[in-house]
Design a protein around this ligand. Sequence first.
Ligand SMILES: Cc1cc2nc3c(=O)[nH]c(=O)nc-3n(C[C@H](O)[C@H](O)[C@H](O)COP(=O)(O)OP(=O)(O)OC[C@H]3O[C@@H](n4cnc5c(N)ncnc54)[C@H](O)[C@@H]3O)c2cc1C
Length: 307
Amino acid sequence: MSVPVDVERDFDLARLTTVRVGGRADMFARAGSVDRLVELLAYAEREGAAVGVVGSGSNLLVSDDGFRGLVLKLDGDLARIERDGDRLLCGAGVRLPSAAAKSANWGLTGLEFGVNIPGTVGGAVRMNANAYGGELARTLDWVDVCTASGCGRRTPEELGFSYRHSNLRDGEVVARAQFSLEQSDPETVKSTLAGMRSKRREAQPSGIKTFGSTFKNPDDPRAEGRSSGQLLDAAGCRGLRVGGASFSDKHANFVDNGGSATTADILALMAEGRRRVHELTGVVLEPEVQVLGEVEWPADWDLGGEG
Ligand SMILES: Cc1cc2nc3c(=O)[nH]c(=O)nc-3n(C[C@H](O)[C@H](O)[C@H](O)COP(=O)(O)OP(=O)(O)OC[C@H]3O[C@@H](n4cnc5c(N)ncnc54)[C@H](O)[C@@H]3O)c2cc1C
């Protein structure tokens, strides 16, 4: 069976993530077109290889043992933005801050929420990313989703969006998305973006190796309306360290890789934070960060079925 061109072996995945930890993929390839993407997915299916997709790696924790299978990253045509009147056609590899900035330059409003989300359009659809009340689904017209057998179009209603969740399964790759925006004054949109950037700088750490929110905000009355960050803070986790990883001094729901962290350090830190919050409040925090590859959660991750 022929191997598609430019499939790399034993590829270091840590550098594809913002937290910069994790091992190597057996196989790695870039897809710059829908045809190439389907070719790679079909190859993985024929070989019985698992498929992983990396966007900006901004909510991704790669196993220290890496990934046994084929990891894909979108580039070329699948990382381009085109404008058609009030519509924006984005390759799923386009970064949301770029889409937000380009829209502002064109005087289009609707994608401002993406300015502070350092992920790609594909990752945002998979994660149903959101910030400051901006709803991805509000402006999204459709996405093209590719599998080993081809591509199909889905509307937001068909993506099963809920809090940080879509119904996309492993092996289903978002290749393109179209957004319907509205005309506005470029200077107004740009000043909204500037305001959002400065609000974010005040609230969250910058310049650290992190994957953004570690845990989802809980939907549990015992949280008494507090976010995961506030609960971790109350449980004394701000600055808590395990090996080379700590919860940020500025925002307790952000893991900070001081430089030497491993994924095992981060999992142990997450388990300790979760244990402390559970002990203090009874709330069971669930990870927002997505794991790529097989990991072993520390023994104390399981809180004995309580919650
Ligand atoms: C500093 C910082 C701030 C952040 N702020 C926010 C915020 O305000 N709001 C928010 O919602 N998130 C935030 N995040 C988290 C993150 O940016 C989002 O979850 C983002 O949507 C992830 O996109 P990504 O391209 O980086 O995906 P990755 O982290 O690479 O992957 C995440 C998941 O999406 C899947 N995926 C990626 N691309 C595709 C594709 N094309 N098709 C199918 N599946 C795909 C991956 O396989 C994985 O399961 C923040 C992260 C950081 C580091």
